[in-house]
Write a protein that binds this ligand. Structure first.
Ligand code: AMP
Length: 485
């Protein structure tokens, strides 16, 4: 049954605000979460980004603030709602949603995250904030400076809780929980339900209502996924070719490292694709600028690391490219959640070389499906290319350097990847070859050994396989991109 926003019990001011944003029908997570949150109880919600989960908790919270007075306490205008997010971008985005949805309600919000001056945040808190949206590290900085008082919080929201744990925030989160009243409403949103999330939920939530809108670890159905097989040294060149021949715009590209993001953005710019890198070494100002240019369409491609991309809300992003596969399979789910959002369809393409095969196997295990393979004509992978170990750089898959709101991961549970492979024969995949315009032409077995191939251990990688490549793009030079830079 599809209820309208009014029928879900939301006030006229909130219905007006969402109508002005063009929302006509509540999304499935909103249908379930809004009544559950309005009832005042705890909630455990399984919802990926792109499902409309933010409105699922922000709207009923705004309703609560409007209809219930703050219990008498020491502050005149206390912080009544605390929303914790793993990243600055998500905090900014949730803060924006609070402002959008609350534009006809009398509510003050403060957005608190690191990497920017603390003073405007102190001023916002001094003016009185009913809602604080924060990353844990900077919030604790404010606690240390006594610029925020959390003793009257009525509602705690953990947004993307799985990601917060994954980023090692648990100790900081526990310090924050210790500052909150015991009696409160707690809402926990997570895209995936690991054992750690279940343990956290068991310790925080009392008789929670449970809602789930996507199967555990499933990828967004509206997204078409495919793997394009390619040699390690030709990924950049292939990507530039695909972007140009398909005339793609608004492309979000994921790399495993910050350095890799910089190099790829540079490569794309040199080859006529406007691109900027966004990662933890960039200032908040540079990140915001890149995002604004990307959203406005000035920028064709945004090259991002996982952490930087987390929380980016770009509506109807048509293409997500995994230039490198992530070490953590769940990151794949988060990455492709950037496309196919809010009813739109999207395409997630992973460029996979021999080294990536173990990561692909892990991802396919988690998403419980095989992603179709393709080969682009002119970029056929060398079946004898030997897999090389993927060198994990310090902090990779965990945090980005120098960010107070991104502590070191404490108890990472990672699949055993990045190990040197014993031989180079990645498992045979059954890819579809495609014409340069992306049309599949035949089935091939890209990594299947040729009949008389030497065992991988005896096969030397052609000396020039990463330095001399064929190209069918006029003027396109050999990419210097190599793994593990
Ligand atoms: P979220 O999962 O909260 O990040 O939301 C994803 C996107 O869906 C955002 O761009 C929202 O503006 C949009 N959205 C949220 N709720 C609705 C709705 N009921 N109808 C249409 N779009 C929505």
């Amino acid at each position: 049954m599809n209820l309208s926003f009014e029928a879900l019990g939301l006030s006229e001011a909130l219905v007006r605000a969402v109508t002005e944003l063009g929302y006509t029908t509540p999304t499935p997570i909103q249908q379930q979460a809004i009544p559950a949150v309005l009832s005042g109880g705890d909630l455990l919600a399984g919802a990926q980004t792109g499902t409309g989960k933010t409105a699922g908790f922000v709207l009923p919270i705004l309703q609560r603030l409007a209809t219930q007075n703050a219990p008498a306490g020491k502050s005149r205008r206390p912080v009544r709602v605390l929303i914790l997010t793993p990243t600055r971008e998500l905090a900014a985005q949730v803060g924006e949603s609070v402002r959008d949805y609350g534009k006809h309600s009398k509510v003050n919000a403060a957005i608190i995250y690191g990497g920017v001056s603390i003073n405007p945040q102190i001023s916002a808190l001094k003016r009185g904030a009913d809602i604080v949206v924060a990353t844990p590290g900077r919030l604790l900085d404010h606690v240390g400076q006594r610029t925020v008082d959390l003793s009257q919080v009525e509602v705690l929201v953990l947004d993307e809780a799985d990601r917060m744990l994954d980023m090692g925030f648990l100790p900081d989160m526990k310090r924050v929980f210790a500052l909150l009243p015991r009696t409160r409403q707690t809402l926990l949103f997570s895209a995936t339900f690991s054992d750690e999330i279940r343990t956290l939920a068991a310790s925080l939530l009392k008789n929670p209502a449970m809602v789930q809108v996507a199967a555990r670890n499933s990828t967004v159905d509206a997204t078409t996924q495919k793997v394009v097989l390619v040699d390690r040294g030709r990924k950049s060149e292939l990507l530039a070719h695909m972007i140009k021949s398909n005339n793609w715009f608004q492309l979000l590209i994921f790399t495993r490292t910050k350095h890799g993001a910089n190099r790829l953005a540079e490569f794309l710019n040199k080859h006529g694709v406007t691109a900027l890198a966004i990662h933890g070494n960039k200032s908040q100002g540079a990140r915001t600028r890149a995002l604004t240019e990307f959203k406005s369409g000035e920028l064709q491609a945004l090259v991002a690391t996982d952490i930087a991309a987390r929380g980016l809300d770009i509506e109807q992003l048509p293409h997500v490219i995994n230039f490198d596969l992530p070490h953590v399979p769940e990151d794949y789910v988060h990455r492709i959640g950037r496309t196919g959002r809010a009813g739109a369809t999207g395409e997630a393409i992973s460029l996979v070389c021999a080294d990536d095969k173990p990561l692909l196997t892990d991802i396919e295990r988690v998403i419980r499906r095989q992603v179709p393979r393709e080969i682009i004509a002119g970029f056929e992978p060398n079946p004898n290319e030997r897999a090389e170990p993927i060198v994990r750089q310090r902090g990779q898959g965990k945090t980005e350097r120098g960010q107070r709101d991104r502590p070191q991961r404490s108890s990472a549970r990672r699949p055993s990847q990045g190990q040197p492979r014993k031989n180079g024969s990645a498992q045979p995949a059954r890819p579809q070859s495609s014409k340069p315009n992306g049309q599949p032409v035949r089935n091939v077995d890209a990594y299947a050994k040729p009949k008389h191939a030497k065992p991988a251990s005896q096969t030397r990688r052609p000396a020039d396989s990463a330095s001399t490549v064929r190209t069918n793009i006029p003027g396109l030079l050999q990419p210097s991109h190599r793994r593990g830079r």
